[in-house]
Design a binder for this molecule. Structure first.
Ligand code: PLP
Length: 502
């Protein structure tokens, strides 16, 4: 019997009820099984691979369901050691479980409804991983960074830091922005934050009340959407096309905040046209809203001819520019910055102060010294030179294996590309992902970044974590999986495991 009617996998019974995404239905069945005492308290859940195979569903679906249970504290993820039942998951005691208790606040109620994201720690760790978000690990960088860090540790003050950020770092960022992005600002405009994620949360706090409309792009960065939803905004995803955000659809929404990635739309890779930029500025100015410009990866430019930042078109007071060191250095650093419009400077600084009293002093001092010494610019040049051949191997490999079936986008900059498979169905792509995974290659669908699954299946291929040699091997495995797909019976198309819930 297919699990669509209800299937006992030999491990537990799974009944699809058509309500919600497949991973949510699976999480619901597993939750019931746990609370009914079908698994031993403190014991292991079946491995994701085994359960996926026995139910005939994708492993990512099982992982997404496990992640939901983990967020509810019913299970504990232990990396490669598997997933265990939490020790308090007693039989028929659902009322003592923290996440099953009624949400103590509207914030918690919103957060509990958020779907898992693809930066999950439960993700399989294949030998070759094209997961987006991996850091570019340059041993030269780590060496010089360590030296800057220990020098900064000797000098840094033990007192509370300036909540707006270490002054020499803010100055270094101003200097960098004018040189590389054409943005002129003073150190008073720059607020140091703990990455883009904190920037979005602070900007939401300062510009949005609960229920206010915040526009994001479709497709979009899942963490941006989640931060805005958690804040209580009414988040509306607006279509993008070959020119970026479709501004005519933004105008009627009267948005307080419009979050955009104009330099390299995330994840489609499109550059927002000048016409659309001007239209967006006009709409937001008329409606007295704000644009959050997330300029997350424009440093990695492989061709000439990028457009300057949106902020350069409107230096005044409607564009809140956000930059991060997560791509240029590494994401565990948790440092980024906001270039504040003058009118919001004090309010954003107050929000930052109340949130954490400022970012860690030693890292800020080390970073200031790293930029001032010219090592940051040198590192950026090295990174582009190292990543360009990796990108080339992927692009060439995809074209060789898939010919005119594949359309590649977003390869002019950044650390990921998108491959669209024009003649495939989504079921084919799920199977390709599975075949690659069985051979040690991690591939990831672009669908979870969309509000609803896009008509054409596509992959988002992140390459910051690979060397050119690793990329060559990754493409060999891709070729094997793609060839095996041709011989396989095609599976039925099914809803995306990470379908976004509003
Ligand atoms: C669109 C986008 N913005 C920003 C970031 C970086 O976020 P953070 O600075 O919080 O690490 C990422 C990282 O993956 C991203 O994809």
């Amino acid at each position: 019997m297919s699990h669509a009617q209800g299937q006992d996998s030999g491990l537990f019974e799974f009944r699809e009820n058509g309500k919600g995404a497949l991973y949510e239905q699976l999480a619901q069945s597993l939750r019931r099984a746990i609370l009914d005492g079908q698994f031993v308290v403190g014991g292991k859940l079946p491995s994701s691979r085994l359960l996926a195979r026995s139910l005939g569903i994708s492993r990512n679906t099982v992982l997404a369901a496990y992640e939901v249970l983990s967020a509810e504290h019913l299970v504990v993820a232990r990396g490669r050691k598997g997933t265990r039942l939490a020790s308090h998951s007693h039989v028929n005691q659902s009322n003592v479980l923290p996440a099953i208790a009624p949400p103590p606040s509207r914030y918690v109620a919103r957060v509990r409804k958020l779907p898992p994201t693809s930066l999950s720690s439960l993700r399989p760790q294949p030998a070759f991983d094209l997961h987006y978000g991996e850091a570019f690990a340059d041993p030269r960088l780590l060496h010089s960074w360590r030296r800057k860090l220990s020098a900064a540790a000797l000098r840094a003050s033990p007192h509370y830091p300036d909540p707006c950020g270490f002054l020499p770092l803010r100055r270094a960022i101003c200097d960098y922005l004018v040189r590389r992005r054409g943005i002129s600002c003073t150190e008073k405009d720059v607020l140091i934050v703990a990455g883009t994620q904190q920037a979005i949360a602070l900007i939401a706090r300062v510009t949005l009340n609960e229920g206010d409309v915040a526009v994001i792009e479709d497709p979009h960065y899942q963490y941006a959407r989640q931060a805005l939803v958690a804040h209580g905004a009414h988040v509306i995803a607006v279509r993008t096309d070959d020119e970026g955000l479709v501004t005519s659809e933004v105008a009627p929404l009267d948005a307080r905040l419009v979050y955009v990635t104009p330099s390299h739309q995330f994840p489609s890779g499109v550059v927002m046209s000048l016409k659309r930029r001007m239209e967006l500025l006009q709409i937001v100015t008329q409606q007295r809203g704000y644009i959050l410009e997330d300029d997350y990866d424009s440093e990695f430019l492989y061709r000439n001819g990028s457009l300057p930042a949106l902020r350069t078109l409107a230096p005044s007071n409607r564009v809140i520019y956000v930059g991060t060191f997560s791509k240029t250095l590494f994401p565990s650093l948790r440092l980024g910055y906001i270039v504040c419009p003058t009118s919001l400077r004090d309010d954003l600084s107050a929000a930052k102060r109340l949130d954490d009293l400022g970012c860690p002093a030693i890292e800020q001092a080390a970073l200031a010294a790293f930029i001032q010494s010219g090592q940051f610019d040198k590192h950026l040049r090295n990174s582009v030179e190292a990543l360009r051949p990796v990108r080339d191997v992927l692009v060439e490999g995809l074209r060789r294996h898939c010919g005119d079936q594949v359309e590649i986008r977003g390869d002019h900059s950044g650390v990921h590309i998108v491959a669209w498979f024009k003649r495939m169905r989504h079921g084919h792509l799920d199977r390709l992902v599975q075949l690659a995974c069985e051979r040690g290659l991690g591939l990831y669908s672009i669908a979870p970044s969309y509000q609803a699954r896009p008509p054409t299946p596509g992959l988002i291929l992140g390459y910051a974590g690979l060397t050119a040699g690793g990329a060559t091997r990754a493409m060999e495995i891709f070729g094997e999986a793609f060839a095996a797909l041709g011989k396989d019976e095609l599976p039925l198309s099914r809803p995306s495991a990470n379908k976004i819930v509003a």
